[in-house]
Design a protein around this ligand. Structure first.
Ligand code: SME
Length: 166
């Protein structure tokens, strides 16, 4: 049986986009805005166990970039993820949102929190540069719909418009 998410799991994304713009107005600092954005998403969108940023940073070998954990809400996560690895690395490499209904069926998924069952990762592209990804996890299988994807992408759009990421 497929159980529909509760009404609270269907947020008014148009309103949330306006709220993001309002919360971040007057501040363009990356750490400040990424912290506020993570807290806002975690607080307003139901049924999540992780929401936060991985930012493109130099790898330890100094041979290129990889993803490094940034401001987030949820349990302690893996710090570094190479491009191309896991859902986050795949979204970073392809610069496309990846919606994963069941993380256990995603080849190479990185399990930071065993409670996670569904995930959506949105790439952050500013001035033509991949600056990181925003990752959201849920304990509920098939938690995210295409409507959630469009809404979350719009929220990220408001974040990118309000923030100097480099
Ligand atoms: N599951 C992610 C790793 C990050 S955590 O979920 C916070 C992935 O496969 O890229």
């Amino acid at each position: 049986m497929h159980i529909l998410p509760a009404a609270s799991a269907r947020p008014d994304y148009a309103m949330l986009v306006k709220q993001v713009a309002s919360i971040l107005e007057g501040e363009r600092d990356l750490v400040a805005n990424a912290s506020q954005f993570s807290a806002f998403v975690y607080d307003t969108i139901a049924d999540l166990n992780w929401a936060g940023f991985y930012l493109a940073r130099p790898n330890k070998a100094g041979t290129g970039e990889e993803l490094l954990v940034g401001p987030f809400q949820g349990k302690v996560a893996c710090a570094r993820i190479p491009f191309g690895r896991g859902v986050c690395g795949a979204a970073a490499s392809t610069r496309a949102t990846i919606l994963v209904p069941d993380v256990h069926a995603f080849p190479g998924h990185i399990a930071c929190d065993s409670a996670s069952n569904a995930e959506i990762v949105i790439p952050l592209v500013q001035n033509g540069k991949l600056v990181g990804v925003f990752d959201i996890d849920s304990p509920t299988l098939e938690r995210f719909t295409l409507a959630d994807q469009a809404g979350l992408e719009a929220m990220i759009g408001a974040f990118l418009a309000a923030t100097d990421c480099t």
